[in-house]
Design a protein. Sequence first.
Length: 149
Amino acid sequence: MGILNSIFSKIFPSAQAAVGNVTDAVKNQVNNITGNNKDTAPANPDQNQQNQQNQQNSENQTPTSNVDVMAILEDLAKKFPEKLNWKTSIVDLLKLLGLDNSLDARKKLAKELDYTGSTDDTAAMNTWLIKAVMKKIAEKGGNVAHLFS
């Protein structure tokens, strides 16, 4: 798993469960349409209706796009024993999430995110990294608009 995925898994912990539920619902629907679920085919119409309700419930779960990343990170920061500047420091963000914040780890993250600058200029790389990570979090559906205002 890449460093960016590790960041996502710390910020979006329920995303994996939601993906699993949606995957199961899609598989069930495909099997119902194609008739390939003979072993699990409903014995009666009530069971078929229950399967459809389960699918609708999984579709109605809170999508990743509604995750208030600011609230999650601020809550973590309150519990952290030292004051961290995670909004502007990639080192502090990684530390807050319990991830490796070493120079090597940040260079790997920079490579993962296609950083084109020099990794020897750590100040520039770190500034770029925090912006790039926040952008990726936003693309994944995290609400980080507060950081850019």
